[in-house]
Design a protein around this ligand. Structure first.
Ligand code: HEC
Length: 482
């Protein structure tokens, strides 16, 4: 299972040695034997450690002292990680370059270092237990300001935006800045650099990065609008090629909130973009003549598909797919059906989940389960002819942001197909268990973790969660119960 990347990393460790032969691996030293099990964590490292591990994990196993294990703490777990590696986090596998006895010695040494009492105390890992599973959250990125959007480039490479305008590439555990993002970002209120999507054109194999953001009104006025751009993906930079402006959800407004916005390519190969109503509920959601408060649908090059519902209707914005939305900040595409799922912030109560369908009106603010934040009534109507009911609504609001579907990986059967939704207001991650397309159970995961902004899944089912405020990205790992 060794990929060229791993070989490269392993090669880099043995500084100067061009070709590797297993004999170079060295043998457990006296020191290692002495330290194993003797509680003397300061014992000398096995030679193999110094040769193969120290460059990343520090001299004398420093990185393992008082460690909070990410991948398991038994000697089987540690030996497995050393043998097979863990590409997602940048740990190379050594099964083909080290002898079994070296792996045993390294395992003993690493465990020994981890249990040392040299003035450090391991922090308890963040875990969360539900009826059927314990989930651990490993920190994989920290020091961000307001992470907003995430999307995987491949299984070990993640793009992350910060609302302040920065783009980062996380690659097998290492973080690099990505150049070439937009420069006319309105970083104010809820505005800023928002979502990111990596997409490969199946026609010609060209990789693109799409970004959404709140764009300053050209000419320096105070307005802003949700905008969609894309640039060619240049992984070597890493950078984006010249940006193409695909869409601006006009009109520009002087408010600084309810931009949406999420971008995704549906199972039909079309690009969907959610736009919030800019806090102007009586102006935008119930008209087809403006763009805010809608889900839009494009061809991936930004042109409008001719089978969109309002194409050719005089005065209508032709990219509108569905309308009557408030502030949709979650969208994902079902990995099996290809259907587009969204959720949107309601007011006080009335966050809702929808599967936006062609031409349909989702009712805001004519029908809603929510109230004004002050508690006053918006409307008593929760249903009306010609307006859609949500698949699910939250009362009270959780401040929904980010949406993913559990799929694949080591997740148990009972979790497959469930929804994960971030809660900004209550600072946890919500799991919604579905049966026959209906929400039948809710679990609060990672309570108190902070304002959950986004969730991303790679094709292997790994789930990452971005939290603003603390500025961290977590990798969720199902823990098999012993
Ligand atoms: C190229 C850098 C690199 C090299 C070389 C490397 N590792 Fe790692 N290793 C990592 C990264 C990154 C992780 C992910 C965990 C983390 O964030 O610390 C990791 C994780 C581990 C873990 C799991 C830790 C946990 O918390 O569960 C063990 C055990 C480990 N390495 C042992 C070794 C040993 C032993 C060697 C030498 C044979 C080695 N590593 C060489 C980068 C490296």
């Amino acid at each position: 299972m060794r990929s060229p990347l791993l070989l490269l990393l392993a090669g880099g460790v043995a500084a100067g040695s061009v070709i590797f032969s297993p004999d170079d691996a060295g043998h457990p030293s006296q020191g290692a034997t002495a330290s194993a099990g003797a509680g003397a964590a300061s014992g000398a490292a096995p030679e193999a450690y110094t040769q193969w591990c120290a460059s990343c994990h520090g001299p004398n196993g420093r990185d393992f002292v008082a460690r909070t294990w990410k991948l398991g703490s038994t000697s089987e777990d540690v030996a497995r990680v050393i043998r097979e590696g863990y590409p997602l986090l940048g740990m190379p596998g050594y099964g083909e370059v080290l002898q079994d006895e070296d792996i045993v010695a390294l395992t003993d040494y690493v465990l020994e270092q981890a249990s040392t009492e040299r003035g450090f105390r391991a922090e308890a890992p963040t875990t969360t237990a539900t009826d059927d599973l314990t989930v651990r959250a490993n920190v994989v990125m920290e020091g961000l300001e307001t992470p907003w959007g995430m999307d995987f480039v491949d299984d070990t490479t993640l793009l992350v935006t910060e609302r302040e305008g920065r783009i980062w590439l996380w690659e097998a555990g290492k973080v690099k800045p990505v150049a070439g993002g937009p420069t006319d970002i309105h970083v104010r209120g809820q505005g800023g650099l928002l979502d990111v999507m990596h997409w490969v054109d199946p026609q010609d194999g060209q990789a693109w990065v799409y970004l959404t953001y709140s764009k300053n009104e050209p000419g320096g006025d105070k307005g802003s609008a949700t905008a969609l751009v894309r640039g060619r993906w240049m992984p070597d930079g890493p950078a984006l090629g010249p940006l193409e402006n695909l869409f601006v959800a006009e009109p520009y407004e002087s408010t600084h909130h309810h931009y949406g916005s999420r971008v995704a390519v549906g199972g039909d190969g079309k690009l969907y973009l959610t736009c919030g109503e800019r806090g102007m509920r009586d102006v935008h959601p119930q008209t087809l003549t403006t763009s805010p408060g809608k889900v839009h649908r494009f061809n991936p090059d930004g042109s409008v598909p001719q089978d969109n519902p309002f194409v050719g209707e005089p005065g209508s914005v032709p990219s509108i797919w569905s309308w009557g939305h408030r502030n949709p900040q979650g969208m994902t595409v079902h990995p099996e059906t290809g259907a587009v799922w969204t959720h949107e912030h309601g007011p006080k109560g009335g966050d809702e989940i929808n599967l936006p369908e062609r031409g349909k009106n989702y009712g805001w603010p004519v029908i809603t389960f929510g109230k004004n934040y002050t508690g006053t009534i918006i409307t008593r109507d929760t249903a009306m002819a010609g307006m859609e009911q949500p698949l699910y609504y939250w009362l009270p609001s959780i401040g929904a942001c980010g949406l993913e579907i559990v799929h694949g990986g080591d997740w148990p059967d009972g979790w497959q197909g469930d929804l994960l939704v971030g809660s900004l207001s209550f600072e946890y991650l919500e799991r919604l268990h579905l049966e026959n397309g209906r929400v039948v159970q809710r679990d609060r995961l990672l309570e108190g973790i902070g304002r959950v902004r986004d969730i991303a899944r790679n094709s292997r089912g790994d789930l990452f969660v971005a939290v603003e405020g603390t500025g961290k990205v977590y990798h969720l790992v199902p823990v098999t119960q012993d």
